[in-house]
Ligand binder design. Structure first.
Ligand code: MCA
Ligand code: AMP
Length: 491
């Protein structure tokens, strides 16, 4: 007898109706329309190797990724603002066979050699195309790039099983259903915006409204006209908190939402408090990672726990491990350990990096615990409070994870830079801002701050550009020549 087919990743696309699925600017698609558009594209790309998706913040990106998933073809979302070096690395590492893009998108030269397939929203003439059979749950759904402390970003292999498990655990924790209408303006090339923000509502059979880009006006408009949930990074909630006192429409819209969720970095308690005071609503924090998808969440309806990330999601095991390898079993709210995670939500490895994959697990990649690098304590009620990060060379700015080493390498390629060190500094809006400490090649004629920012934005990505440049005659180093970042003067 044949093995039973795996259940569909998107049940609502298997028997589509006229319920709304997706809205972004002028583009509005029902499930029937999405099934047609994505089904037609899926039929066209089925059987190909990996496909790159030019992940502009548009409905076409959602259609392209859904099509790849329907076809069982791994999708590699590309930041449309990726600089030339970052893009060359991702393309070289992931070796896509095709690129999916909107017909009007202008693609950079690095993509010129790849066959291009235009993403259409109408699925014209494709009514009869049967969707390809559901792919193996262990096969790769997405390859998402994430920064490490040194070297170029690594491709995180996310299986269909991990995506389904994490979205279903969130649905259970948040009572997330087909009746929810999710509003957000997150970028579509990372887990937060793409997996949670697009695939999440579509797996539930609910609706996603993408703002094209974040704005307080867009949030107010969409929440006031049927939106029930909002996802954002802390920078977005900080900006909403700033806007609330002068914006009664925003107050009303946030007050009426069923669920406000923040993640990707810590939401400062002060912003929690400002939003709660103005709207009567508490923001729910959840904690995740590209490699693990979602691990923990504060539960809506339970006691508000600002400053914590709640308790493990259904099916996820979380433990805290001390420096000496011993597992913390207490909940004293004081003893710090590294967060380690196990569960069906975990990634399958880093693309082309078996060494890095093995090193990421305590007990080996097969069945071991994933080392998140995040440091935390467990409170008496079992909630996890993140207190820091093992690697000081990882910076979280605007919710983006950025490796200091990657920026240092880029800076060193500028002719005006002799030595460079990069650190993160607290920033009320971005959480952390990137600071470049630079020893100029010619102290009499140092490079302008803007020139260095543009250089990094052009090579890597605009969100990786230094926001502050500090010139020094030399960098503090130890006897072995290693830069002592703790000895850099305070700004
Ligand atoms: C300014 N710009 C420049 C330059 N200077 N461009 C090129 N070169 C320059 N020198 C442009 C920017 O590209 C941008 O353009 C505009 O000026 C403003 O940019 P900026 O100040 O950098 O940022 P912002 O627009 O104020 O962005 C704040 C933000 C953003 C909207 C909060 O940081 C953001 O979207 N963050 C989300 C990160 C995220 O999704 N992380 C999830 C990963 P333009 O406006 O035209 O773009 S973490 C994850 O997935 C895990 C699983 C988790 O737990 O969630
Ligand atoms: P990324 O690798 O970009 O997926 O970022 C994952 C990292 O974001 C985690 O390892 C945490 O350091 C951080 N993070 C995610 N959610 C939260 C949260 N709610 N509070 C604090 N940090 C978070």
């Amino acid at each position: 007898m044949d093995a039973p087919l795996p259940p569909p990743l998107f049940p609502a696309l298997a028997a589509p109706t006229d319920r709304p699925a997706l809205r972004c600017g002028p583009d509005v698609l029902s499930y029937a329309e999405l099934a047609r558009a994505a089904g037609a594209l899926a039929a066209g790309i089925a059987g190909s190797g990996r496909v790159a998706v030019w992940a502009a913040p548009t409905a076409r990106t959602a259609v392209a990724v859904v099509a790849a998933l329907l076809a069982g073809v791994p999708a590699v979302p590309l930041n449309p603002r990726s600089g030339e070096r970052e893009l060359a690395h991702i393309l070289g590492d992931s070796a896509p066979e095709l690129v999916l893009a909107g017909p009007a998108d202008e693609l950079p030269a690095a993509l010129a050699a790849l066959p291009r397939v235009d993403v259409e929203l109408d699925g014209e003439g494709s009514g009869a195309v049967p969707p390809p059979a559901e792919a193996d749950p262990e096969s790769t759904a997405l390859i998402v790039y994430t920064s490490g402390t040194t070297g170029p970003p690594k491709g995180v292999l996310l299986s269909r099983r991990a995506v389904a498990a994490s979205l279903d655990a969130l649905a259970e924790a948040w009572a997330w259903t087909a009746d929810d209408v999710l509003v957000h303006g997150l970028p579509l090339f990372h887990v937060h915006g793409l997996v949670l923000g697009v695939l999440g509502p579509l797996r539930r059979g609910g609706e996603v409204r993408h703002l094209g880009g974040f704005s307080a006006e867009g949030v107010a408009r969409e929440l006031a006209s049927g939106g029930t949930m909002l996802f954002g990074v802390p920078t977005m909630y900080h900006r909403l908190a700033d806007a609330l006192p002068g914006d009664p429409a925003l107050v009303k819209a946030l007050s009426g939402a069923r669920l406000l969720v923040s993640g990707s970095a810590a939401l400062p308690v002060r912003d929690h408090e400002r939003i709660a005071a103005a709207t009567g609503r508490t923001v729910v924090e959840r904690y995740g990672m590209s490699e693990t998808l979602m691990n923990t969440s504060v539960r809506p309806g339970g006691p508000p726990r600002p400053g914590t990330v709640g308790t493990p999601l259904p099916g996820v095991e979380v433990r805290l491990v001390e420096e000496d390898g011993s597992v913390l079993d207490g909940s004293d709210g004081e003893t710090v350990g590294e967060v380690q995670v196990r569960g069906p939500n975990l990634f399958s490895g880093y693309l082309n990096r078996p060494d890095a994959t093995e090193a990421a697990f305590d007990g080996g990649a097969a069945g071991g615990w994933f080392r998140t690098g995040d440091m935390a304590v467990r409170e008496a009620d079992g909630t996890i409070r993140l207190v820091g990060r093992k690697a000081t060379d990882l910076i979280k700015s605007g919710g983006y994870k950025i490796g200091a080493g990657e920026i240092e390498n880029a800076l060193l390629d500028h002719p005006g830079v002799r030595e460079a060190a990069v650190t993160g500094e607290p920033d009320p809006d971005l959480g952390e801002r990137i600071v470049a400490w630079v020893v100029p090649s010619d102290p009499a004629d140092p490079p302008a701050d803007a020139a260095l920012a543009d250089h990094v934005a052009r090579l890597l990505a605009p969100h990786k550009r230094p926001r502050v440049v500090r010139l020094l005659p030399s960098l503090p180093r130890n006897d072995l020549g290693k830069v002592l970042k703790k000895r850099l003067p305070r700004g």
